[in-house]
Design a protein around this ligand. Structure first.
Ligand code: TXA
Ligand code: MG
Length: 313
């Protein structure tokens, strides 16, 4: 039987059953496709790290169906309450102190005393959570370091048989991973993402501290090379060279365009799909047009910077 199935009641009940058995299920969220496992099951969570080739010191986000369920695993702070009320369900992940005696596998938190938690705003993700009835640890469903998946086909290409079930729910609407805010102390931005920073700051009522270049990779952005296509990537290019494939933004001549009209929401939704497409075309040298540093442009530029970063051999 194929591991790729269209979303629907059959897919949801199979997903729930597989998760209960310790299996791996890929499913769409509004941000990117996640590679899910029972967050309480060490063996299942271990399989996530193996399937992705992910370093075990890089902790995972736990997905729950609602705020009430999140409260059973973590201690909420007043700021976290405000952020959850404003942005959940949605593309915001909160890092909070793990409750004592928590059932969450220590492999999920990589041994930290904190947990990253999120309520996804996608009917398929919610249906999978409901069918399973427990917390689902889910990183993006791509091999570690590579471009995140925004379609089921991307998951098949990247992980294939390493996943027990891939629920096809179409393309992800936001297209960038969630914004991660550490609320264990003064709120800090750990990763720019689908909820723009200015919206978070407006809700918190003050500018957020940003954790830049920390030596512990407390968010994936801290691993320099990430979101990388096979080809090399050059940024802020106004005029590409003859042997470069040009990824444009705004009205211009380009091989592919993130958003011909210069719309940052569209560009975010298309970014990873464009990088996957350039990979599929075998593009060896990719030049990317400048993308403004406003709104979702912060997260887009963050991903582009890491796609362009020097790679480990
Ligand atoms: O939009 C998303 O966030 C997607 C979808 C599937 O929900 N998930 C996602 O997961 O992007 P992942 O694993 O690719 O990135 C999550 C990052 C981890 O790499 C980790 O660095 C950070 O969240 N994280 C997880 N737990 C943490 C913790 N306790 N403290 C600080 N950072 C944490
Ligand atoms: Mg990821």
């Amino acid at each position: 039987m194929s591991n790729l199935v269209p979303s629907g009641p059959d897919a949801f009940s199979r997903a729930g059953e597989l998760l209960r058995q310790g299996g791996l299920v890929a499913f769409p969220t509004e941000t990117v496709y996640g590679l899910g496992a029972d967050a309480r099951d060490d063996g299942a969570v271990g399989r996530i790290y193996t399937a992705k080739g992910r370093p075990s010191f890089n902790p995972l986000i736990v997905h729950v169906s609602d705020l009430g369920t999140a409260r059973t695993y973590v201690e909420f702070t007043p700021v976290a309450e405000r952020l959850a009320a404003a942005f959940w369900p949605g593309a915001l992940t909160l890092v909070l102190p793990l409750k004592a005696g928590s059932v969450i596998s220590p492999l999920v938190t990589a041994g930290l005393g904190t947990l990253a938690v999120r309520v996804p705003d996608h009917s398929v993700a919610q249906a999978v959570l409901a069918a399973f009835g427990g917390p689902v640890a889910a990183p993006s469903a791509n091999p570690s370091g590579r471009v995140s998946p925004t379609t089921a086909a991307h998951v098949v290409q990247g992980l294939g048989d390493a996943v027990d079930l891939i629920v096809d729910g179409g393309a992800c609407g936001v297209g960038l991973e969630s914004t991660i805010v550490d609320c264990t102390g003064t709120p800090r931005l750990l990763r720019a993402g689908g909820v723009p920073l200015h919206a978070i700051e407006a809700c918190v009522g003050q500018p957020l501290a940003q954790q830049i270049d920390a030596h512990i990779p407390s968010a994936p952005g801290q691993l320099q090379s990430h979101y990388a296509p096979s080809g090399s990537v050059r940024l802020n290019v106004e005029r590409p060279q003859a042997d470069e494939v040009y990824l444009g933004f705004g009205p211009m001549q380009a091989d592919l365009n993130l958003s011909p009209s210069g719309d940052l929401v569209e560009a975010a939704a298309r970014l990873f799909a464009c990088l996957h497409e350039l990979d599929a075309k075998g593009a060896e040298r990719i030049a990317v047009a400048p993308v403004p540093m406003i709104g979702l442009g912060l997260a887009i530029n963050d991903r582009l910077k890491r796609a362009a970063a020097p790679r480990n051999a």
